[in-house]
Design a protein around this ligand. Structure first.
Ligand code: UD1
Length: 419
């Protein structure tokens, strides 16, 4: 099994380029099922979750062409299989995203219940309720969601999410594009990836307004056509490399990114004492060789502080000056990284959904185990600041969400190797 070997203690200095957003690419790949025409997707990150989704589309009968720049052309005109099997989707919860498109175009879908990160229960009840609101009938049989449209098509309706759900909003938005009549989604997720999906769907001929706000309206159309779309930059990847700069008291600039997607995070970097500068498509942080100050954070739906940056901030707080409290409001059980950081010498205590941390001057390298995608990234950045050698095991989690992480960190001067 591959591992990362990191020798810490060196300030990271340099410039790197952000990749396309995983969480935008995955729903857009699923949206290709909504049309018989080719969909061309650019700026797709080279990640395990993307390859898994491509394999899933291929199993269903989709044809995928990849050019040398990793642009994808997907042609789903020959799809005849409406099943997302367990062996493909067990590692990737986002596979639930094929449910809405399959139902909308074919009136049926059999989707294995997803696996994915071990960060709590992560049920799919909202996805089911949303599809039922459009007239689908759904049963659970042998670990599969079996969804059918008794009328052969979906019907527009109003649906309120009682918990804000990113992929839930995306699934419903995709399903509603081909439904008869109008759908109104209330308490919709406002994440930039939801807006990016809506932009792509509108290029395909959908009529969606309000994406990026809590109320999205979708006027159903008879068919969608092909389009070319470039996915937005990955704000979490961007934030992770900036965090690596901060934790090592270094200076990092990320290009090809979007500062406006990271307002809440940049504010906190500033509070930590970093000099934060932005241009239209770049962000830089400079710690000026200082140790960061500890900050309190509280996760919430966009535009609040993203749960996907919580673990990286826990790592910074572990070596920062002062005491801090992290409150996780999105997922239960998303503190697996804390136990590993304690093994590196962090003074942290978990109490329900909060972690109290007293920053230490140094962490020490140790063998640690990656448990979920963002937790793994946080262990890598903790290792970059630690004294001595850290081996991060089970890094397949990292490869699900970070393109060439060791190469990008090497570009910033890190001593990191895949072994
Ligand atoms: C997406 C992101 C993930 C991010 C998360 C929160 C993708 C592919 N993944 O995950 O990186 O961490 O948003 O920003 O975009 N919930 C239910 N019932 C459901 C669905 C969700 O109770 O049917 C709950 C979840 O358990 C969680 C909350 O809703 O407590 C938010 O989860 P959700 O936004 O759905 O997360 P994902 O879309 O899976």
């Amino acid at each position: 099994m591959e591992k990362l070997k990191i020798i810490g203690g060196k300030p990271l200095i340099g410039k790197i380029r952000a990749s396309g957003a995983k969480n935008a690419a995955l729903p857009i790949l699923a949206a290709s099922l909504l049309t018989e025409d080719p969909l061309i997707i650019q700026n797709v990150p080279h990640l395990k979750d993307v390859t898994t989704t491509i394999e899933l589309l291929g199993r269903m009968g989709g044809q995928i062409l990849i050019d040398s720049n990793l642009n994808l052309e997907i042609n789903n005109s020959a799809v005849t299989d409406y099943c997302a099997p367990y062996e493909l989707v067990r590692t990737m919860r986002a596979s639930i995203l094929v449910l809405g498109p399959l139902l909308a175009r074919f009136g049926m879908a059999d989707v294995s219940l997803p696996g994915g990160c071990a960060i709590g229960l992560r049920p799919v009840n909202l996805h089911i309720a949303a599809m039922e609101a459009l007239g689908a009938e759904i049963t659970i049989e042998n670990g599969f969601l079996k969804a059918r449209c008794p009328k052969g098509y979906l019907t527009g309706n109003s649906f309120t999410f009682d918990v804000v759900s990113v992929t839930g909003t995306e699934n419903l938005m995709m399903a509603a594009t081909l439904a008869k009549g109008t759908t109104v989604i209330k308490n919709a997720a406002c994440e930039p990836e939801v807006t990016d999906l809506a932009d792509c769907l509108n290029k395909m001929g959908a009529q969606i307004s309000g994406a990026g706000t809590a109320t999205i309206e979708i006027q159903g159309v008879d068919r969608l056509h092909g389009a070319t779309h470039s996915t937005i930059p990955d704000r979490i990847e961007t934030g992770t490399y900036l965090a690596a700069g901060i934790i090592t008291s270094g200076k990092v600039l990320v290009r090809n990114t979007r500062p406006d997607f990271l307002d809440a995070v940049l504010l906190k970097f500033n509070e930590m004492g970093a000099l934060v500068e932005t241009g239209t498509d770049w962000i830089s942080v400079d710690m000026q060789n200082k140790r960061p100050k500890a900050v309190d954070i509280m996760t919430g739906p966009h535009p609040e502080f993203p749960t996907d940056m919580q673990a990286q901030f826990a790592a910074i707080n572990a070596i920062a000056t002062g005491r801090s409290i992290i409150t996780e409001n999105i997922f239960e059980n998303r503190f697996m990284h804390v136990l590993e950081m304690q093994r590196m010498g962090a003074h942290m205590e978990i109490d329900k959904n909060t972690v109290t941390c007293l920053g230490q001057e140094k962490l020490s390298g140790a063998p640690v185990m990656a448990t979920d995608l963002r937790a793994s990234a946080s262990l890598v950045i903790a290792a970059l600041a630690a004294h001595g050698e850290t081996i991060v095991d089970r890094i397949y989690h990292i490869d699900r969400g970070y393109e060439r992480i060791e190469e990008k960190l090497q570009q910033l001067g890190a001593n990191i190797q895949r072994i």
